[in-house]
Design a protein around this ligand. Structure first.
Ligand code: NAP
Ligand code: GCO
Length: 264
């Protein structure tokens, strides 16, 4: 029988006080997993714990900046003490800076690469040894449409997410023999705080042009929601995907397959 259950598993979802990470952790809890998450600020960790509790989920929240290797190693040690060895890691924490490349400071470029690419390396490196000792594990990297496509103002983000696709493939290649599966989820355009600036109403009350653009580019003719990602994440976190490795599962309503609706 195909097994989508996560009973008895321990999942760490980074940056999961809200947004996509919160939805994925909720899905894992509903499938039976124990949840650990982190955020940079205690205030947000506390808000996250309360939000999980409202859903009947006893999540463990920790303050940790995923770009800081010492903090990450301390986080993993605390989770192992509080809950046990991490079976499922979702590298979800991420930022974006929408700045034309020629106007972007090198420090701003580096900051995006640090959170969106270096941090998944740091956190994965911290959990893999225990996964090997335990006999296997699941790593899910939250990639993006920008792992495949570029657009104006997101040079750092696209470079990071493209690199994250290849880091996903390399972890799969290097640790597959230890029964570790590393895959990516490539969300389309999802309605979260990160994309709120692309959807906000214009001063005259009209729709943001990017909002209309994305809906025209999406066969599903809508923005995605964090809930759209829950099923694919449980699949990749469960034993149902034990022979899926190095794959990026695009959950994008069909954007990558579609040239876009002809302007009326
Ligand atoms: P979001 O609403 O901005 O949430 C991002 C989360 O990451 C926040 O909890 C944030 O915490 C946390 N974070 C940022 N930097 C961190 C750091 N250094 N250490 C620890 N936590 C950190 O973003 P989202 O839309 O949920 O996106 C989540 C992931 O999906 C990101 O990797 C994003 O690139 C990716 N993604 C999003 C979309 C989309 O359309 N929304 C599509 C494709 C991929 P703070 O609030 O404290 O900063
Ligand atoms: C943007 C958006 C996208 C989404 C997502 C798409 O400015 O183009 O923020 O990058 O966040 O990554 O998959």
């Amino acid at each position: 029988m195909v097994n989508f259950s996560l009973e008895g598993k321990i999942a760490l979802v980074t940056g999961a006080s809200y947004g996509i990470g919160f939805a994925l952790a909720t899905a894992f809890a509903e499938a039976g997993a124990k949840i650990a998450f982190n955020d940079i600020k205690q205030e947000l960790v506390d808000k996250g714990i309360a939000a999980y509790k409202e859903k009947g989920i006893e999540a463990k929240g920790y303050v940790c900046d995923v770009t800081d290797e010492d903090q990450v190693n301390e986080l993993v040690a605390k989770i192992e003490k509080d809950l046990g060895t991490i079976d499922i890691l979702v590298n979800n924490a991420g930022i974006i800076k929408r700045i034309p490349m020629t106007e972007m400071k090198a420090s701003e470029f580096r900051q995006v690469i640090d959170v969106d690419l270096n941090a998944p390396f740091i956190v994965s490196k911290a959990v893999i040894p225990s996964m090997i000792r335990k006999g296997g594990g699941k790593i899910i990297n939250i990639c993006s449409m920008m792992s495949e496509l570029g657009r104006e103002t997101v040079s750092a983000y696209a470079a990071a997410k493209g690199g994250l696709k290849m880091l996903t493939r390399n972890i799969a290649s290097e640790y597959g023999e230890y029964n570790i599966q590393c895959n990516g989820i490539g969300p389309g355009y999802i309605a979260t705080p990160q994309t709120a600036p692309l959807r906000e109403r214009q001063e005259d009350g009209s729709r943001h042009p990017f909002d209309a653009f994305i809906v025209a580019k999406t066969p599903a003719a809508r923005w995605g929601t964090p809930e759209d990602l829950m099923g694919p994440a449980v699949f990749l976190a469960s034993s149902a995907s034990d022979f899926v490795n190095g794959h990026v599962l695009y959950v994008d309503g069909g954007i990558l397959a579609y040239i876009g609706k002809q302007p009326q």
